[in-house]
Design a protein around this ligand. Structure first.
Ligand SMILES: [Zn+2]
Length: 111
């Protein structure tokens, strides 16, 4: 996706240039680098446009996932949860979670 390199600042109407910023999500557990954002040269305000937000959300969906292998325990299959996520969601052994079928190739986990 290509963005305009300069746009007019919606606040002071100064010149805003496209730059990149790092975005921390999930309380800093995950950092999304090189997010497109506009920075005004005049008032120093930083802002995203609809297009840059779309791109950030798409990247977040793609990059904020963890590939896991299914393991077997007794008669069931199990998924291991990485320590970063157990810490962030404060998960403990024996705790109840919910698996929600969300599509043909998608299952959500409610904690
Ligand atoms: Zn401005």
């Amino acid at each position: 996706m290509v963005f305009k390199t300069k746009i007019k600042c919606p606040i002071c109407e100064g010149e805003a240039k496209l730059s990149k910023t790092s975005l921390k999500m999930f309380g800093g557990v995950v950092t999304l680098k090189d997010n497109p954002i506009y920075e005004c040269r005049k008032c120093k305000e930083k802002f995203a446009t609809g297009k840059t937000v779309d791109k950030t959300v798409k990247r977040a969906r793609k990059e904020f996932s963890f590939a896991r292998k299914l393991i077997s325990t007794g008669g069931s299959l199990a998924i291991t949860i990485p320590p970063d996520l157990t810490k962030f969601y404060k998960l403990k052994k024996g705790e109840d979670i919910q698996l929600i079928p969300a599509g043909e190739h998608l299952m959500k986990v409610k904690v």
